[in-house]
Design a protein around this ligand. Sequence first.
Ligand code: MN
Length: 247
Amino acid sequence: MDRIAILSDIHGNMPALKAVLKDCKEKQVSEIYCLGDLVGKGPDSELVVDLIRENCNIVIRGNWDENMAAYSEWETMKWHQSVLGEERLTYLRSLRFQHDFYLSGQRVRLLHASPESVHVRVYQNDPLEKRQAMFLNTKETGGFLNTDNQPDIVGYGDIHWSFIQYLREKTLFNTGSVGNSLERPDASYAILEGHLHSEKKESYSITIIRVPYDNELAVQLAKEKKMPDLEPYIKEVRTARYRGWKD
Ligand SMILES: [Mn+2]
């Protein structure tokens, strides 16, 4: 039986990433895949990129990774870009759109936001057609492993909110966010268990794991680095309430 950890949306939060990697180790996962948004928002994008490169077998591109690697006039973006440096920005440009594989006979597709684009967002409570469209093959995805098949299971990140939904014969899940959860102020990730690369139908599982981490250390690191947009970030790390929400 293989155990695959799936992490997403770290956003430069090192205490949260370290807590999740420690948990992965304790759970003896065989592979770690990352669904993108390594950078931005938090203070330590460069350290997160290095730790993800060191620990992850597969890394997918998120919207922040894509925006970060492009030219920007926004001062906040420029600050994060200078922290990252050119070599890491080149690395971010090299990241893939998706990862397809078999797990115990299930066709699994992992991507950041949706098969349309890293910028097209799908929420857990969006209309059913929109959630079902997560299983379509698009110009970006191509067919499943170069066939006309669609995936049976799609896992993604982007909304910073974890869930597992069974849509008839399809399964849609979201890992939630490691470093910038907007549901509760801990880190979350998913573990898939089953036989990796096996087309034989056998039992498998999808589990959402919640990991407490030192939120006050994350706040302190952001203050020490004098990063831009500090207050909204502190609010999100402490409360898991998005900066754009009124409460
Ligand atoms: Mn994100």
